[in-house]
Write a protein that binds this ligand. Sequence first.
Ligand code: 5GP
Ligand code: 5GP
Length: 315
Amino acid sequence: MIGTLWKLQIGAFNLGTNACASITNSPFSSASSINRVCGRKTREPKQTMPSLTLFLVVLVLAAAETPPARAALLESFDAQQREFDYFALALQWPGTYCRRTRHCCPTNGCCRGSNSPTVFTIHGLWPDYNDGTWPACCSRSSFDPKEISTLTNALEQYWPSLSCGSSSTCHGGKGSFWAHEWEKHGTCSYPVIRNEYDYFVTALNVYFKYNVTDVLNEAGYVPSNTEKYPLGGIISAIENAFHASPLIVCSKDAVEELRLCFYKDFKPRDCAVGSDIKIDMVTSKGSCPRYVSLPEPVSARYGGLQSWISDDATL
Ligand code: 5GP
Ligand code: 5GP
């Protein structure tokens, strides 16, 4: 049933394809430079995806589907962990991220030639605290690729790893990008998200519903290697569409990440937290200049000019 609905949903959705926070209880390092934003909202949220009903049905059914293997995960959530306050959907821009690709490998989404992503792709769905910190590694459960086998095609397309480096996992090992995101962030999404499958299907659904790439394209912010766009204009386009302020991360003058924030019921909310709410983001100390670029995605090809290294090599 879930599988059928999932296919329907993919079909229904026409996809063209720092912050200043510190981790409270994580073995991972934290250092981010992000512009927190806030601003006036002028219009009702624009639904860029038509099938809200279907989206809700998928969410409800995904949450309800808790076979024994998945239910077991619930038991390993850290009962001591303070519950998070809101979600951030972290998206990455391949045009910027892939410019630093020095190696290609079968798992690197940057290296698919003309099939490389041309839309914002998912970095992760992150539970955060209102004070600017976040929980991490909240469960003893390890990532199990079998749990999400029915989602693999969608994840390959919309949540690809954009590097060859293997990622650290919560228990001292190395794993895939998905393993890293589930173990570090997903396990802290309890009780809204109750298992690994739920985490990935929820992130995909939210990503499809709030299609940032479409919003920016419709506002004239199209990928370009020559144009510079006003950061304020990009922010306004997203605020007008979703009625909430995003958070933008740049690498030099290029947009590298864009974060959308949500209450626990997945209604959009501003990403700004605490005293940052008062900061005028365009003049804040964030990483983006007033005019930013949205570089065209490169179409490197695995086996082409770039060298090839094994999956577990670190960049
Ligand atoms: P960076 O230093 O690249 O900004 O962030 C490194 C990692 O720290 C991210 O990939 C993510 O795992 C975590 N991180 C950075 N900022 C945030 C945040 O605002 N919320 C959460 N939950 N994690 C973050
Ligand atoms: P985070 O920054 O989310 O805490 O950590 C991301 C981890 O996944 C890092 O170890 C990074 O090397 C690895 N990784 C693999 N693919 C990607 C990708 O496409 N984007 C980012 N940001 N990290 C990736």
